[in-house]
Design a protein around this ligand. Structure first.
Ligand code: ADP
Length: 228
């Protein structure tokens, strides 16, 4: 469960990126965040995994209070919320296997548990046969699959995806969506910022439209709603 109440974020340069957000997202929902560039989508999303902290208001993610939270608790939040980015952000000097394992090592899992889970998630994303390869030996779609495997390795309740298909060709984008859909069907909440109107219009889920830092539309099984 994610609950934002009266959330504002003003950056040090004086720009107010979001103003008065009130949002409730239940466990297991799939939510698209849409809106023009500069609307505040990334800021909204970053506040869910505490990459940014609001200047006003409250944010609850599961049992975590993201405003009144000790820094020492942040690694626990990061187990609860996995993140996938547009540009994958894999570590170039680590293999596919090591990229995923690393995400588990930083939260101090047992080596045996790590090995089993890494192979399990790489199997889930269809890349078990490429464990020894390096990111630059993979296609964009494959790199995004590794990034998704890494993001779900610690079994997060929430998966955040900031433009996950932005760097991919249409066919590969659909494959990544099928994977996110499968992860969602297993109970993981998915929150995805996107400019891909075709995906939003065809793979129907809740749509939050953000403009000028405010939520201007919140629709179950909504449309993209902008010129695609
Ligand atoms: P979107 O993801 O919809 O493009 P953002 O959340 O990135 O929107 O940006 C919202 C507004 O906040 C924009 O005016 C942007 O320039 C500003 N902004 C975003 N990040 C920062 C930052 N780190 N420092 C200052 N201003 C920022």
């Amino acid at each position: 469960m994610i609950k934002m109440s009266n959330v504002y974020k003003k950056y040090p340069n004086g720009i107010t990126a979001v103003s008065g957000l009130n949002v409730h997202i239940d466990q297991g929902e799939f939510v698209y965040v849409v809106g023009p560039s500069g609307a505040g989508k990334s800021t909204f999303i970053k506040m869910i995994y505490r990459e940014e902290v609001p200047t006003e208001g409250s944010i609850k993610v599961g049992d975590f209070d993201l405003v009144n939270m000790k820094e020492s608790q942040v690694p626990f939040l990061r187990r609860y919320v996995g993140v996938v980015y547009q540009d994958f952000k894999l570590l170039p000097r680590l293999t596919v296997y090591e990229n995923v394992a690393y995400a588990m090592e930083v939260v101090e899992k047992q080596p045996k548990t790590i090995q089993k889970r890494v192979l399990e998630v790489l199997d889930l994303v269809g890349l078990k046969h490429k464990v020894r390869m390096f990111p630059n030996e993979l296609s964009g779609g494959e790199q995004q699959r590794v990034a998704i495997a890494r993001a779900i390795a610690n079994m997060p309740s929430v998966l955040i995806a900031d433009e996950p298909t932005g760097n991919l060709d249409p066919e590969t984008a659909w494959e990544i969506m099928d994977l996110l859909e499968e992860i969602n069907s297993q109970g993981t909440t998915i929150i995805m910022a996107t400019h891909n109107s075709q995906i939003v219009n065809q793979m129907k889920h809740r749509v939050l439209a953000v403009e000028n830092g405010r939520i201007v539309r919140d629709e179950m099984k909504g449309d993209y709603g902008y010129e695609g």
